[in-house]
Ligand binder design. Sequence first.
Ligand code: 3PG
Length: 220
Amino acid sequence: MTIDKQLPSTRTTELDSICLKAEVIPVITIERIEDAVPLARALVEGGLPVLEITLRTDCALEAIRRMREALPGASIGVGTVLTPAQYRQAEQIGADFVVTPGATEALYRYGVESSVPMLPGISTISELMTGWQYGYRRFKFFPAESSGGAKAIKSFGGPIPEARFCPTGGITVDNAEDYLKLPNVMCVGGSWLTPQALVEAEDWDGIRELARQAAERFHH
Ligand code: 3PG
């Protein structure tokens, strides 16, 4: 196991500069390919320029390709990356970053070599320590609300104060601030900005308004 190899500092810097653009990252699952661009555009126009698109549907990669072409100013991450093969697909379509729900040794190893930065998912201090040994300093905390919530992240700050987190999983407009006020939280993510009912109704104005409210309420 490679445990002493440091992640190049530029990678942490790169993640920081992406996360500095928005305190809230919409986590998006595209069911219908034709929704991809108008949905992403509504979120970006509303003031949220960093998006995570999950690989949970067959059209996900094509959706990301179209979003990147239509919205070159947005930072588009590929989420729900479970294997190095999926990480490679994310690299090939020009993802700005990769997000994983949990982290395997294979993903940690692949991410150290990749030019696309990874936000590995962790939910315990032991998983955090493994990532730390590989050189990672920025993590997704998932599933946040059922893994101890803001209190858990606050506790991680005791032994490993340099680590920073993007919690997702159960975050809403009502509890986001509990996380964002912690010094080791850089941003939060969630699907609450893209409610299924609004997406199905193609209510892009409604989604733009949700994004606008989130961007206004939570900003650096
Ligand atoms: C994720 O992958 O980050 C989650 O599915 C988002 O969680 P949420 O739907 O509870 O916001």
